[in-house]
Design a protein around this ligand. Structure first.
Ligand code: SF4
Length: 318
């Protein structure tokens, strides 16, 4: 089965006064129907750039994004419309993504009216249907966003994304602005929708616990490059790359019952304007050795599935 969306050697370099800023380099990934891919990394790792390229808010300087195997740059006007319908984003903050002056029915109806040939009655029926799918009711359609809690607003944002029957939902930290109790509810709604509609999801997050719950596969990005990829259960419980181990330690450190781990992230993420030589993680890695400073490791197949770009893994492990 061919992917709904894929990226191939995707890169974005910005020209700045301080020199070239490599926000994203050589990112290749697939989003398959019914599957959930996680993209993980700290803020500043390139996740936002990746989102913007996928949503056609920016243009790559290397590689390409493909929709059903056709490069976005080659889509016809009608195909672009189909792409915008098929790929729907849900952002972190439902407060800023919902127009406070519009009633919920209009919020959900607007993108539908712009992108489909459905009649008004069909659109209204669809609005009721998606509100119910996210655990709200058609009565909620006549209320304003301010009348809802934060968790309910995120459900409205999900309903709006769902309304045009997308094939891929791009979920950018969709629960990180919510209370813990609300997070689980929203994640369950998203998971049920994915299973019911066979949606592909691209789930962008810094939180491995959430990614483990939601995803089948995960790619880990550091300073704009993929450093590890593999099955979610491996990446989120027994990661092989020291950076992913540090992310996992950071996730576990939020849990008071979790064991102390030695590999929490050390220091600040370096500036992408002056990335370290060799392995980009060597300035923070507790296992760095001379080779790490001189030579960038290539992605290698790793035990447990997927690939890891680390000299230690290359050399046979720890
Ligand atoms: Fe650490 Fe070296 Fe592996 Fe980079 S290549 S992650 S510095 S051990």
């Amino acid at each position: 089965m061919s992917p709904i969306l894929s990226t191939h050697g995707l890169g974005r370099t910005f020209r700045t006064k301080g020199g070239p800023l490599h926000a994203l380099t050589d990112v290749t990934l697939d989003c398959d129907p019914g599957r959930s891919l996680g993209v993980v990394g700290e803020s500043g790792c390139g996740k936002t750039t990746l989102n913007r390229l996928i949503l056609m808010l920016d243009t790559p300087t290397a590689g390409e994004v493909r929709f059903k195997d056709k490069p976005l740059a080659q889509l016809t006007t009608n195909e672009r419309k189909a792409y915008r319908r098929a790929v729907q984003p849900v952002f972190q903050n439902p407060y800023s993504s919902l127009n406070p002056r519009l009633r919920v029915r209009k919020i959900i109806r607007e993108p539908l009216a712009a992108n489909t040939t459905m009649s008004r009655a069909q659109i209204d029926a669809r609005v009721d249907e998606v509100l119910e799918a996210v655990g709200l009711s058609s009565r909620d359609a006549d209320r304003l966003p301010a009348e809802f809690s934060g968790g309910q607003r995120q459900r409205i944002a999900i309903a709006r994304a769902l309304a045009s029957k997308p094939e891929l939902m791009l979920l950018d930290e969709p629960v990180s602005s919510q209370d813990i109790s609300i997070r689980a509810q929203i994640l369950n709604v998203l998971k049920d929708l994915r299973d019911e509609y066979g949606l592909a999801t691209l789930f962008v997050s810094h939180d491995l616990a959430t990614v483990r719950f939601m995803c089948d596969e995960v790619v880990v990005i550091y300073l704009g490059r993929i450093v590890e990829r593999g099955p979610a259960n491996v990446i989120c419980s027994a990661p092989r790359h020291p950076y992913t181990q540090a992310l996992l330690a950071a996730t576990l450190s939020a849990d008071p019952d979790a064991p102390e781990m030695a590999t929490r992230p050390q220091g600040e993420i370096p500036s992408p304007l002056a990335p370290p030589s060799g392995c980009p993680y060597h300035t923070r890695c507790p296992h760095a050795h001379d080779l790490c400073k001189a030579q960038r490791p290539q992605a290698q197949p790793a035990e447990g599935g997927g690939t890891v770009a680390c000299h230690l893994v290359e050399q046979g492990g720890w």
